[in-house]
Design a protein around this ligand. Structure first.
Ligand SMILES: Cc1cc2nc3c(=O)[nH]c(=O)nc-3n(C[C@H](O)[C@H](O)[C@H](O)COP(=O)(O)O)c2cc1C
Length: 185
């Protein structure tokens, strides 16, 4: 992949601001297209794994994205082994895809857990661990969800935006190097 040669021009800076605003909106707007990204990680054999999550936070100043998960999930073990992850967002209402590459960390965060409404807390109460084979759909018990809840924090290194309205437009932002460029779509 060719590196972007220069810092963002004004049009690219405006686009990057709009991307962060759309991410921030998706954290509180249940209908927002970018609310449910797919998160890809790799397992210990190098095989790709991907699943849907809810975007919970987007901070352009850090920069960081926040998601929630279970400490016992496969993705938590995969990220502990290999922090590099990718996310993809698709908003059909505006015809835009956002791809993000970065590094993830799994973080115990009792203060955030305390802010969750009871139905959200119960998601982390399943026992045994998520993904354990069982004999029937409801054949599992409960444990203390506070012990299982984790924040999944992603530090984005690269964003790639694609607008499929005609004519297609595509741009990349190398956040670490402070560079950005338009790409052939
Ligand atoms: C719409 C939707 C939202 C989801 N949100 C989350 C989430 O925020 N956190 C999470 O851990 N799993 C979420 N899931 C479940 C994951 O897609 C996945 O099935 C689960 O986390 C197990 O993944 P793993 O075995 O790769 O760790 C969501 C699934 C759907 C369909």
């Amino acid at each position: 992949m060719d590196a972007c040669p220069a810092p963002p021009d004004p049009a690219l800076r405006t686009l990057l601001d709009a991307i962060w605003q759309r991410l921030a909106r998706a954290t509180h707007d249940r209908a927002a297209g970018w609310r449910h990204p797919a998160l890809a990680s790799v397992d210990e054999t190098g095989a790709p794994r991907v699943r849907t999550l809810v975007l919970r936070g987007a901070d352009p100043a850090a920069p960081a994205l926040v998601l929630h998960t279970d400490a016992r999930s496969a993705k938590a073990a995969e990220i502990a082994h290999q922090a590099r992850v990718a996310l993809v967002f698709w908003d059909p209402a505006i015809g835009t895809q956002l791809r993000i590459e970065g590094e993830a960390a799994i973080i115990a965060d009792p203060a955030t857990f305390a802010t969750l409404p009871p139905p959200a807390r119960r998601l982390y109460a399943v026992d045994p661990a998520p993904g354990t084979p069982i004999e029937a759909p409801g054949a599992f018990g409960e444990t203390d969800p506070a012990r299982c809840f984790r924040v999944l924090r992603v530090v984005p290194r690269r964003l790639e935006w694609l607008d499929i309205s005609l004519p297609h437009r595509r741009a990349r932002f190398d956040l670490a190097g402070g560079r950005a460029c338009w790409l052939v779509p």
